[in-house]
Design a protein around this ligand. Sequence first.
Ligand SMILES: [Zn+2]
Length: 342
Amino acid sequence: MDDIVYYYPNRHEQHFQAGHPERPERVEEIVKALQGAGLWNAYPKIAAKDVPLEFVATVHHQHYLDQLKTASRNGDMLDMDTYTTPASWDLALQTVGGAIAVAEEVWTQKAKRGFALTRPPGHHATRNRGMGFCLLNNISLAAQYLINFHQAKRIAILDFDLHHGNGTQDIFYERQDVLYISTHQSPLYPGTGSIFETGTGKGNGYTANFPLPPGSGDEAFRTVLEEVILPLLDRYEAEMLLISYGFDPHWRDPLGHLQLSAQVYGEMIEKLCTWADKYCHGKVAIFLEGGYDLEAARACSEAVVMALLGKKGNDPLGKSPRPESRSWFSMLEQAKTIWKIT
Ligand SMILES: [Zn+2]
């Protein structure tokens, strides 16, 4: 079994817009950092799986797929901040195939962990709409693939991006075969992810949101993970952890006001890996979402991959120079009441 398998999106540099924060350098800096730390060359890179459009259409509506294909041909914007280029359609499909390949490799225990450098990102893409720099919902399609073709029954998606993954939440909101858990800054784009959004119908109790006020940092993330997220994973008996990995909660990120350090990001992944080793054969795969500071990209990615490999890293950027706000504490107390965690 490989210790970790990567997916790298070929020709992703053709998906770019001058001056836009979601730029190819994000992925290239991650690769450089992992190379520099001896975490890249020694490990396999998996090719994207060829994914039939009929499968993609089990998560996204066909009319949206048609619209995305046409927009991409013309290089149109999907909304004010979501661009396409003539390369975007093929890249988005390739990236979905990469996410699925990584998830499958870990699910079938050919690799212990996985890291899909998915670009464009996916967690804001809903069934019928691309938004927030996201075209197709990579992580949701990976989860759906495990459910359809590998008889997965309980997949946990943990979303640590700065932003709420409204698309992922929407897709699984009425279902219990995916538990969606998100930490995110609130208020912030896209405005969803309140603590009271907990799923509906059969999915009631299978969406958990932990909105963090601006200024929340290491202590908030550590405490929320220990006191609510891990107990929810215990309760759900997740069969695999899929993690939406954005490096935008890092204190250097220009789009956010959370103050997470790379070191504590790594510690969180380490704790989740320990949980997975104990309860689900170590099955953990991470999928790139947002993050717009290139130094944070390097530090967080190195810390997170070290954690996936069970190694200790160091954090050259250190802690936020700003004091951490404790106003998240009341959210945590409220969350414990909602989720009946004592
Ligand atoms: Zn984000």
